[in-house]
Design a protein around this ligand. Structure first.
Ligand SMILES: *Cc1c(COP(=O)(O)O)cnc(C)c1O
Length: 229
């Protein structure tokens, strides 16, 4: 059943790419497995899914330790500085960097391990007060500051659009994100490459792809509803 959901989502991604005249190979699917059991992840990995997103450090570490297949982990949830050390050498990409202090902590831990951490800058396009992430004009300042860190590499931007019933309501945010994404390279900041635009979740990934997402983070459409206890 999870395999069928995965195929359905892959198919929708392909169709959205085709509508937008894009190559489906440009879009990476991150299956968001938070609060879902390891057996689900194993099943999807067996079906060829390689990238998984987690929100909680402890959960990510536990799953990373136990999994029997080689997968790539993405930290997509809010990250506290004191927890960076636990995930630094376990994740492919940290999507949720929204402050210089967090980036400095990542620098410190990456240096200790002798690696270069790959990160995205989290943007709060809709300016929602309840969400983490920076608003438009703060983004460039932060990118300039982080670009001087030797063990941190900025790869792009991430956003979570508001929860809406009609995904068309988010099209404007996705379009604005894409504009920011293509404007930043014009500023010629060293050590920054804008090749990942992480946006689009179960409710709105097709619209996000039409507007230029290169990475979508999808939980519910693949794993089913999440039941928090
Ligand atoms: C949970 C989560 C997702 C996946 O949400 P769905 O609506 O289940 O697809 C994507 N991104 C982030 C940051 C999340 O926390």
């Amino acid at each position: 059943m999870l395999r069928d959901n995965l195929i359905q989502v892959q198919d929708n991604i392909e169709k959205a790419c085709r509508r937008a005249g894009r190559d489906p190979g440009e879009v990476t699917l991150v299956a968001v497995s938070k609060i879902k059991p390891l057996s689900d992840i194993e099943e999807l990995a067996g079906a060829g899914q390689t990238d998984f997103g987690e929100n909680y450090v402890q959960e990510l570490c536990g799953k990373a330790e136990e999994i029997s297949r080689p997968v790539r982990w993405h930290m997509i949830g809010h990250l506290q500085r004191n927890k960076v050390k636990y995930i630094i050498d376990k994740v492919e990409l940290i999507h949720s960097v929204d402050s210089l202090s967090l980036a400095r902590q990542i620098e410190k831990e990456a240096a200790k391990k002798g690696i270069i951490a790959q990160i995205l800058i989290q943007v709060n396009m809709a300016g929602e007060e309840t969400k983490f992430g920076l608003e438009g004009e703060e983004v460039l300042d932060l990118i300039r500051q982080i670009s001087s860190l030797e063990h941190v590499k900025i790869r792009g931007l991430m956003t979570s659009a508001p929860y809406v019933t009609d995904p068309e309501e988010n099209r404007g945010y996705f379009r604005a994100m894409h504009q920011l994404f293509i404007d930043i390279p014009q500023k010629n900041i060293d050590n920054v490459s804008m090749d990942i635009l992480s946006m689009g979740m179960t409710n709105d990934y097709e619209v996000a792809i039409e507007e230029g997402a290169t990475m979508v983070r999808i939980g519910t459409a693949i794993f089913g509803e999440r039941h928090y206890n």
